[in-house]
Design a protein around this ligand. Structure first.
Ligand SMILES: [Mg+2]
Length: 380
């Protein structure tokens, strides 16, 4: 990058920062700007996790942190969902758009891939997820217009993108955002069945975190969150179903409870509000439980994605094992990784997510901050 390009980028980031659409400072070096206490607390927390991993200190060291920083079960799971998404995205981008079997399986976060990213940088999935989280927090309510305005800020100005540029945008998302700019209608997602991609599912976790105390609300708002960019029934219902599943994982449900048909702690929600046929079939037949890797696909079609994520989650016993299974299906690897990461992160909790991967994620503190802020909103 030339000096003038660098200056332009700094100006851009400073503009985004002033609007609250950039990552909070995490270092006083160079800038001289104070690091917020919440960020310092998160850094201390991550630092202790690293020291425990190295065997330098024991678990009791966490007691040096304020109660709020140490993980309540809900905070642990909410952090897991968001940092899990970032890890899956960063790990999968290396083999994004590859055909199954055409690459050496990934085992670590190394960057590269179609956007030539540095190790730990993540893509559109997490930029859009942070936009959605930011809207839920700043509006303190569910506001589709505000959500789509933030997606536009990401697309046009690079808000919440690791590079301060939108370097990848899905076809369906872009056409929806263009549609919004000409009509002003935030429910701009195309509705035809061939547009049922996974682009609204990939950003979903903030919704069930925000509505963690009410299953039906979490499911309803999860479905609505699709409408800005994906109006096809399969995309909406994939979000409704997966929002409910994430809700269960965030609330500590067991794997058996989560994967026994269609997860429903109320016992009546899905009978009253059934999902579309393809999702119903996927969940009732449960064939994902016994399939081999060559029988599932990591394509961008939302039903494929759902099946791949459920397959990896049900056929593994750790965050790491399932994530490597799902990204190594290739194709839309960053997105299947991101969606698996949300579910497994919520289910196992942040403390079971490998710290060496947390440590590699660019702007990792942002995912911890948003988890806390969304939970704070859920209590008001
Ligand atoms: Mg992506």
């Amino acid at each position: 990058m030339s000096i003038s390009e660098m200056q332009k980028k700094i100006m851009k980031i400073s503009g985004l920062s002033k609007q609250g659409l950039w990552f909070p400072h995490s270092s006083e070096k160079m800038t001289g700007i104070d690091v917020a206490q919440e960020v310092k607390d998160i850094q201390s927390f991550i630092g202790i996790r690293k020291a425990i991993e190295k065997g330098v200190v024991g678990e009791e060291y966490f007691s040096k942190l304020a109660d709020k920083v140490i993980d309540s079960d809900k905070l642990n799971r909410a952090r897991g969902a968001l940092i899990g998404a970032a890890i899956g995205d960063a790990l999968g981008t290396t083999i994004e758009f590859t055909q199954p079997g055409s690459f050496t399986p990934v085992t670590d976060i190394t960057g590269g891939g179609p956007f030539n990213l540095k190790a730990g940088e993540w893509t559109d999935d997490c930029s859009m997820m942070l936009c959605l989280a930011h809207s839920l927090v700043r509006r303190k309510s569910f506001d589709l217009k505000d959500q789509i305005e933030l997606y536009i800020k990401w697309w046009k100005d690079g808000a919440f993108s690791v590079t301060a540029e939108c370097f990848d945008i899905g076809v369906t998302v872009q056409s929806a955002l263009e549609n919004y700019l000409s009509t002003g209608n935030p429910e701009s997602g195309p509705t035809d069945e061939y547009s049922a991609g996974n682009g609204s599912l990939m950003r979903l976790a903030p919704v069930p975190i925000r509505y963690i105390s009410d299953f039906a609300e979490a499911v309803e708002y999860s479905g609505k969150s699709s409408l800005t960019t994906h109006g096809a029934i399969e995309a909406i219902d994939a979000c409704r179903y997966f929002g409910g599943l994430l809700w269960g994982a965030l609330n500590g449900a067991s794997k058996d409870e989560l994967l026994n048909g269609i997860y429903d702690p109320t016992g009546t929600y899905w009978t009253k509000n059934p999902p579309c046929t393809s999702i119903k079939k996927l969940l009732e037949e449960k064939s994902y439980k016994t399939k081999n890797s060559n029988e599932v696909r990591g394509s961008g079609y939302v039903i494929h994605t759902l099946e791949a994520v459920l397959w990896a989650f049900s056929n593994s016993s750790s965050f790491e094992e399932g994530l490597l299974k799902v990204v190594n299906l290739g194709e839309d690897a960053d997105t299947t990784g991101c969606i698996y990461g949300q579910l497994a992160g919520a289910f196992y909790g942040e403390r079971k997510v490998p710290i060496r991967w947390v440590d590699k994620v660019k702007f990792n503190h942002m995912f911890y901050l948003k988890a806390q802020e969304l939970l704070d909103c859920s209590e008001t």
